[in-house]
Design a protein around this ligand. Structure first.
Ligand code: CP
Length: 298
């Protein structure tokens, strides 16, 4: 049984193999009945559009079916049932579980009580490994990942997509530039671990210093739901906005990525520029998650 809880569950060869497989799937080279008769439980205790629907699309495209719980209110956790008991029960109904939960560590806990593979679809400010795999897949469509100069911009403290991606990029000799509102820096434990692994991390204060330097901008939303109160959110919200004027200084091959949803971090006028890859990125969630499901469910 193989769980996918953290991007650290993969080594570089494992990531590359999965991305190659997703590429074959993207080229329609897959068995549409590969998971015929298999059932995926999709337990989402936080809102989602992309992750939930692309996992549901992925299992359907492979001939399987899904059982979905879209909120705490929609299941017996609302009556006081523990997550551990919920997982014990659901693993009797399905062949794998995809879980999103507001608490960091919830997916790991689920894996300890599940009798079927568990995939972490986002645990609080922890990890979001399927997002990272589709981020890497999207980068690889434009340029080699190896040696990339990439900027992480936005909420690096609570942003699980940033945490997972930074960890994965440490396997690819990436140079990491960071830009965030004060107080939303990468967690110290994570940046120390990445630097120990040899990753160069360069913190910036000015977006105009970053744009001409990098091959990719990975922009993230400041996540209102992770702040203790509205005042502390509004102190740092709307700190950065990527505009066509800012991108005038970018390298021609620069790509702009965002896990989405966006609020106001990317001007909609950027959508029409060749740099904008974030909608392709969200579409790539389907082949990448198909490859993940085949890895854990076959
Ligand atoms: N990128 C991402 O996780 O989007 P959703 O919250 O819509 O799933």
């Amino acid at each position: 049984m193989r769980h996918i809880i953290s991007i650290g569950d993969f080594d570089r060869d494992g990531i590359n193999r999965l991305l190659d497989h997703a590429g074959q799937i993207d080229r329609k080279k897959y068995d549409a009945q590969a998971l015929d008769g298999k059932i995926l439980a999709v337990l989402f205790f936080e809102p989602s559009t992309r992750t939930r629907l692309s996992f549901e699309s992925a299992i359907a495209r492979l001939g399987g079916t899904s059982l979905t719980v879209g909120s705490v209110e929609a299941c017996s956790i609302a009556k006081g049932e523990t997550l551990a008991d919920t997982i014990r029960v659901v693993s009797g109904y399905a062949d794998a579980i995809v879980i999103r939960h507001p608490k960091e560590g919830a997916a790991r806990l689920a894996s300890e009580f599940s009798t079927v593979p568990v995939i972490n679809a986002g645990d609080g400010a922890g990890q979001h490994p399927s997002q990272t795999l589709l981020d890497l897949y999207t980068i690889r469509q434009s340029m080699p990942i190896d040696g990339i100069n990439i900027a992480l911009i936005g909420d690096l403290r609570y942003g699980r997509t940033a945490h997972s991606l930074a960890s994965a990029l440490s396997l690819y000799n990436a140079r990491l530039h960071t830009l965030c509102p004060r107080g939303l820096e990468l967690p110290e434990t994570l940046s120390a671990r990445l630097e120990e692994q040899g990753m160069e991390i360069i913190a910036h204060e000015n977006i105009t210093d970053i744009i001409p330097e990098v091959d990719a901008l990975y922009v993230t939303r400041v996540q209102r739901e992770r702040f203790p109160d509205s005042a502390s959110y509004f102190n740092v919200a709307s700190s950065y906005r990527i505009t066509p004027e800012l991108l005038a200084d970018a390298k021609k091959h620069l790509i702009v990525l965002h896990p989405l949803p966006r609020v106001d971090e990317i001007d909609p006028r950027v959508d029409e520029m060749p740099h904008a890859k974030y909608f392709e990125q969200s579409r790539n969630g389907v082949p990448v998650r198909m490859a993940m499901l085949m890895q854990v469910m076959q």
